[in-house]
Design a protein around this ligand. Structure first.
Ligand code: HPA
Ligand code: ZN
Length: 330
């Protein structure tokens, strides 16, 4: 309880969070009933029992199916508010939220409804609770680059309206066989447009994908990046450049990226001086929100209080907040 209170009280940013991955089974059932969507599970418990993953793809199949209950602006608002309230209660002062418009537009949901619902929740928490947040619109890498371009074109007319929250661009979904190179041109365009850039790399994919995300996509942070350690020169570069890695320990455990948490390399990388941050990825599916990720890592890896404080400070430093607000928060 002492350590839990200590971690809760540290001001923290969450930098790697898929909002569709915060949809709890209870809310999936509630939205299914509200929207008249049939679910292939008899109960909340039956759905939760299905959350046993062997790799990234086995999770993605359920995650995209779960998102099928999201139809209206209100659904996106309800989902985002539930996450933000929970995060706030754990001492998250700033959340950078990824969302996958292609998962929704492919089902006939208007991209306007997706932006509007998520942004309404972010603005409400900012105005009523002083918690900040922003959006990283993410492309699905198993789809074509042209599909990403079309998504960007559909979203750009909304940019002015959401200028206070829409900060950047991300890249997620199945990594193997979908290298950064595939999205080189659309990232170049996003860069010219002035978006902040991140991409998943080195989760299931090799260290070379991390290097390519840096050199070909010009991202500022790497989501996951745990396989960077396979390449010593890359690891040294990440340390020297202080490139943040948004590591997600419970996700890595549930998706069998690591066999057990005590074998996770985040503590070793942190102790070598890399800018490591701890994040929750898809907390409704992986059995823990941000606080649980910090505490489980502390327990398995023997992280000291000073190291936990460094991880929290890294999260604020690695965020896309303006320098002045970072200073206020750390
Ligand atoms: N990796 C890739 N795609 C994802 C993830 C992840 O951890 N979570 C949601 N989409
Ligand atoms: Zn992720």
């Amino acid at each position: 309880a002492g350590l839990e209170q200590f971690v809760r009280s540290l001001p923290k940013a969450e930098l790697h969070l898929h909002i569709e991955g915060t949809l709890e089974p209870e809310l999936i059932f509630e939205l299914a009933a509200r929207n008249g969507v049939a679910l292939p599970y008899a109960s909340v418990q039956a759905l939760r029992d299905a959350y046993q993953f062997t790799d990234l793809q086995s999770f993605l199949d359920l995650y995209y199916a779960g998102a099928g209950v999201l139809l209206t602006e209100r659904d996106f608002y309800d989902m985002t508010m539930a996450y933000l309230r929970r995060a706030r209660s754990e001492g998250v002062v700033h959340a950078e939220i990824m969302f996958d418009p292609q998962t929704h537009t492919a089902r006939g949901v208007a991209i306007e409804a997706v932006f509007a619902g998520i942004a309404r929740a972010l603005r409400e928490m900012r105005d009523t609770a002083g918690m900040s947040g922003c959006l990283l619109m993410s492309f699905l890498r198993h789809l074509s680059e042209q599909d990403a371009v079309d998504t960007l074109d559909a979203a750009l007319p909304l940019r002015t309206q959401y200028a206070d929250v829409w900060t950047g661009i991300g890249l997620d979904s199945g990594e193997r066989g979908n290298p950064p190179e595939k999205f080189r041109r659309v990232y170049a365009r996003c860069r010219e447009l002035g978006f902040r850039l991140v991409a998943h790399a080195g989760e299931e994919g090799p260290a070379a994908y991390v290097q390519d995300a840096l050199d070909m996509l010009h991202v500022e942070r790497i989501d996951h990046g745990v396989h960077s350690e396979d390449d010593p020169a890359l690891t040294q570069r990440l340390r020297e450049q202080r490139t943040p890695l948004t590591v997600c320990p419970l996700s890595n455990l549930k998706l069998c990226v690591v066999d057990s948490l005590d074998k996770h390399n985040l503590a070793r990388l942190l102790r070598q001086g890399l800018c490591i941050t701890i994040n929750s990825d898809d907390p409704a599916y992986f059995g823990g929100y941000l606080l649980d990720n910090y505490l489980a890592s502390a327990q398995a890896l023997g992280l000291s209080r000073a190291e936990l404080a460094t991880l929290a400070e890294n999260s604020l430093q690695a965020s896309f907040l303006p320098a002045a607000r970072k200073q206020e928060l750390v």
